[in-house]
Ligand binder design. Sequence first.
Ligand code: NDP
Length: 438
Amino acid sequence: VRRNAGEPEFHQAVREVLESLGRVVAKRPDYLEDALIERICEPERQIIFRVPWTDDKGRVQINRGFRVQFSSAMGPYKGGLRFHPSVNVGIIKFLGFEQIFKNALTGLPIGGGKGGSDFDPKGRSDGEVMRFCQSFMTELYRHLGEYTDVPAGDIGVGAREIGYLFGQYKRLTNRYEAGVLTGKGLFYGGSLARKEATGYGNTYFTQAMLRTGGSDFDGKTVVVSGSGNVATYTIEKVQEFGGKVVACSDSSGYIVDESGLDLDLIKEIKEVRRGRVSQYARLKGEGNGVYFVKSGEGSIWDVACDVAMPSATQNELTGKDAAKLVKNGVTAVGEGANMPCTPEAIRTFQQAGVKFGPGKAANAGGVATSALEMQQNASRDRWSFEKTEARLADIMRDIHDSCYTTAEEFGAPGDYVIGANIAGFIRVAEPMRAFGVI
Ligand code: NDP
């Protein structure tokens, strides 16, 4: 705790994994040898750097950049970049730590890492975002490479930012190294279905959980928080599976449409206008079950639903929210975001018998499809949307089944948290042991 002072999110993520590992070491005490567990909790390398850039008024701005290269036991470090004012080293470490197990669960050869900056792209012009990204990459490029470290997007980092970052990497290294970043545009090495992958993947995972109880999305009422990349494509897939999504949100508040959200309108507001969800009520017309609730005046989790899919940010769903959801009859929760449910919320769901899919399993579809993008880049190939989505669907079913069977094997049937933590840990621990003490 002293070594990682002031990093509550990192402590929270580590504690959850360690709580599960007691069951592993009881069966396999050899995992206690050579400080294997302590080593997995210590990043291999952490890079913190200054990012100076000039805004549109000619003023010099300074941000802080991070890249935590957590574990390369399974392959090159892999994990997104987050640009958000709340970013600090503890947040990046929690995300990097989760990423190790998530990436291992995909069954693909990728290690764990994460990075980002406290830069806030909101309200910044394209020129400002470009200059920031170029400055960020001017430091970071020396630590990257298709066999070393392969970043992608996360909160605040989408196709526009990846384009600027890739352009600067190419310029600095004089190499067209397509596999150094994922989430690229389709016209320069990106993969079809990558944009959709995290949201679609969570929907496949949650569907697999529902099916263990003989049910499905068809006819279910669903609430999805957020309205960014993950949320948008979760809504799309849930609707395709026959579910009715009645609410989504952003940091300004949440929007409800009791007859089911109009996804085209949300895409227009968020992807084209880069606007706020509050515009939905104005454009669709308030009344008839359509209303907006400002942030601070209520919680999106007050909206009754059968399935909840938190897809905005960490610790957005508290114990109190979970109690409300349970009271309103929720039967399944699939985490699209990383660690969106607090430990109290998870306990509340599990005690009430709600099927709970933790982010490191349920949202692994994004990084899995990033690994498929790397495969396409390495073989100079391009797969169809259908082929890529079919691979994603298989991967998500495999992740679900391995969490499910591991939980059973370790005496916690139905507990996907324990299943994901143990299955992910074993996959990383074996190569670590093979490599000796490094
Ligand atoms: P985006 O930036 O596209 O969207 C984030 C959404 O969450 C926005 O609607 C944003 O609202 C909202 N949000 C972010 N921070 C806050 C906050 N502090 N309070 C309230 N709302 C907030 O990001 P993504 O959709 O890519 O990421 C969402 C989550 O999913 C993150 O936890 C990310 O780590 C996780 N994830 C993403 C993957 C991916 O492939 N993109 C892969 C796996 C996990 P606003 O615009 O108002 O800020």
